[in-house]
Ligand binder design. Structure first.
Ligand SMILES: Nc1ncnc2c1ncn2[C@@H]1O[C@H](COP(=O)(O)OP(=O)(O)OP(=O)(O)O)[C@@H](O)[C@H]1O
Ligand SMILES: [Mg+2]
Length: 313
């Protein structure tokens, strides 16, 4: 059973604006899933439908095997959602906030304690436990906000742009925490982001959404194979040798393109694994000095632009 199964989901707003257009998607249980797309692509609309805030116009949604429409109560008690704005109470301490949240879900004393300790550990919050929330930084509040949403033991956690506005360090520690929630608590995580690097580092599966349509869904590794694959990079010792090396490389029949960037040559070949050894031997035989040769993978940014360019128009 999938965590989410979405078929032909369509949302047309009152002003006839179509935000989701026969959107299909499946999300496996226990994975970290990232939904990536530009402003206005339909990400928040989708999260709002999945978390029961918004009614779809057409299409079917199953969450944990149950139809969304006829099982709202079941679904609400099995998911948690962290919206973009922080929803902690500034006048309470961090521990009080977590107790308050646990109380809302009717957790008994023992469960409350166990869960609080577990989440304080995962989110690295022990230094702040008795501090009033108003004295904490934005990044810590955000961590608390997500920890609070986990008090109800949800099976799926929805996060709408969880790291927006964070500095690099806070963002990276958030990634570690989300990975821990997944591995230690077995929660399925569904997040939206604008940051390709974030999706790449964190997720098991990525989906690109454009104009309310699912453009492509796959693992980060497979997405990288789709596009600009088979690149080998050589770094020359001396930038003066790059042009000469480029000419020599172009004589190889499996080399299709060479571009030069300072001391680096980016070489497009037919099969990077297959031709790597031969190319390596060949470069050595030229006796022109080079520092390194490696197979390079495209970044997700390149993939996104490639895919949006090719399929999104
Ligand atoms: N309440 C609404 N009424 C009418 N149109 C809406 C409403 N909410 C969103 N839209 C439109 O639906 C489309 C999708 O918006 P949505 O907020 O889902 O995009 P998004 O991917 O979350 O964008 P962002 O990255 O900017 O948050 C946009 O064209 C938006 O203008
Ligand atoms: Mg949005």
């Amino acid at each position: 059973m999938d965590a989410l199964s979405i078929r032909k989901l369509t949302k047309i707003y009152a002003d006839k604006k179509s935000a989701l257009n026969e959107f299909d998607l499946s999300v496996k249980q226990g994975e970290i899933f990232s939904l990536l797309g530009s402003n206005g692509a339909g990400k928040t609309t989708l999260i709002n439908i999945l978390t029961t805030f918004l009614k779809p116009t057409l299409g079917t949604v199953q969450i944990l095997g149950k139809d969304l429409e006829s099982n709202m109560q079941f679904i609400r008690s099995n998911i948690a959602c962290v919206a973009q704005h922080v929803s902690t109470d500034d006048n309470l301490t961090l521990a009080e906030n977590m107790r308050f949240q646990g109380g809302l879900y009717g957790l008994g004393k023992a469960k409350m304690k166990e869960r609080t300790n577990q989440l304080v550990e995962i989110f690295n919050l022990s230094d702040y436990i008795d501090k009033k929330v108003e004295t904490l930084s934005g990044g810590i509040k955000r961590r608390l906000d997500i920890a609070m949403s986990m008090m109800s033991y949800p099976k799926i956690l929805f996060l709408d742009e969880p790291t927006v506005g964070m500095d690099v360090q806070s963002r990276q520690s958030m990634w570690r925490m989300l990975s821990k929630i997944k591995s230690e608590l077995g929660v399925t995580i569904f997040l939206t982001t604008h940051y390709l690097e974030e999706a790449d580092m964190l997720s098991d599966t990525i989906c690109f959404i454009k104009d309310g349509k699912n453009i492509i869904q796959n693992t980060p590794a497979n997405l990288k194979k789709f596009t600009r694959k088979n690149m080998i990079q050589i770094t020359m010792t001396d930038s003066q040798d790059t042009e000469r090396m480029k000419e020599l490389l172009l004589q190889k029949d499996y080399v299709t393109e060479v571009s030069v960037d300072d001391r680096s040559l980016n070489i497009q070949v037919e099969h990077s694994q297959q031709h790597f050894f031969d190319l390596n031997t060949y470069v050595l035989s030229t006796r022109i000095g080079f520092e390194g040769i490696e197979i390079t993978e495209p970044t997700l940014d390149e993939i996104f632009l490639d895919i949006i360019g090719e399929r999104g128009n």
